[in-house]
Design a protein around this ligand. Sequence first.
Ligand SMILES: [Ca+2]
Length: 481
Amino acid sequence: MMKTTALFAVCLLFVATVSHAAQQRMNVLFLVADDLNSWPLGDQHRYSGKVIAPNIQKLAASGVNFTRAYAPSPVCSPSRTAFFSGVSPWRSGHYHNALQVNESEPLHKALSLAGAFKQAGYTTIGYGKITHGWDQKQHWDRKVGHKRDPDPPNAPLTSVGRGEQDWGPIHLPESQMNGTQLANMTIAQLRKQHDRPFFLACGFFNPHMPWYVPQKYFDLFPLDDVKTPALKANDLADVPPLGVALTAGKSKFVRAVMDAGLHAEAVRAYLATTAYVDTQVGRVLDALDNSPYRDNTIVVFLSDHGFHLGEKNHWQKATLWEEATHCLLMFRVPAPGLTPAPGFAPAGTVCKRFVSLQDIYPTLAALCNLKTRDDLDGRSLLPLLKDPKAPWPSTALTGLSDKANPKVGYITVRNELGRYIRYDTGQEELYDDATDPREWTNVVNDPAYSELLARMRAALPDTSKLATPLPAVERRRRAKD
Ligand SMILES: [Ca+2]
């Protein structure tokens, strides 16, 4: 009897130790918005009108907000593949949507971020749009994808509407919208008892087009008060042909919006959809804060890339300028009873170092002591989470390819000095951040900037070593993004 009791006690101790260890390991709540540009950051050069995103801003105020975060690629699939695989587009060759990711050897060898957590004993749960094209479904214990909300029965709702490029009040109650339901599922997980640490991801499709959200979100922005982003006439006149070509598919739509006098309406619809997704993010964060996991859950919030609304005669994404490459990235690293954890920068810290979504994987690996491969691209942001002014090679790279020129990967470097873009032999752009933060004047041929040009060229990786783009998926369907 004594022996049994002793054994039982040992077992109890073991269980207690394991469960204590599980408690010590940080959970991760990983939140992604789709096509959300940097407007919620309040940068007046980008947008000077009112943006309503109080929940995202509240999260920023409770953690470290990287206000100079850039996407590895300005399109959904390559950006998400890069930050979830740890392999950059210029190593994988995955520079655009609908490329054959299975043909990439580095991606074959890669372990997804969810896989790294699963391997470490975490429960991995994903709701909605997290990856796109490189999905590694086996790395999720539970995964439910996103569904695009049905178009209103009388769509298009605008005179310029075609395909996904439309906006207006949705016919569904908010509770039936996919974003609301993804938030509900995530909240349900936060209300559950978990016996292992969790990696819980929720990816919202908004504010991707179409912009169909309840009328009340449009009503937040009286049309007369809506500002449109500053535009420069003939902004593309100094852009080389391969840069102009990136806007070719969207310039007609921009013209149609402008000619119909709908620019402010379109901007309002984007702001309304942003306010909707912010509301859903807020519901999830409130659920976390009201759960037992508040003090042992790292929160990451990001957008997969930026978004144009008429700037440079362009709409949506897939360019190498600031509008499409600049995105949101914030971390909250708490500790029991304390936010933030000891040694970390105080809540509300703004870090202005130039970073990339590529840095997320190594950062989470460092924060959660994951055993990861040593060939991850990107850099752990841990030093910056502790001290936002820590020494840091402050550069961010973004890669992209164009179907019109499928053999070449384009690349841009962004740092405190400005932006440099290299499309192909002899085609370049250079913008000086000090005098031209809106990237209106390409000074690549201006002798006054030869020193800046030399420095920016030197900041680029050896372009001869960039992976060539993977072959395109040969299917007769419109590439969804
Ligand atoms: Ca220009």
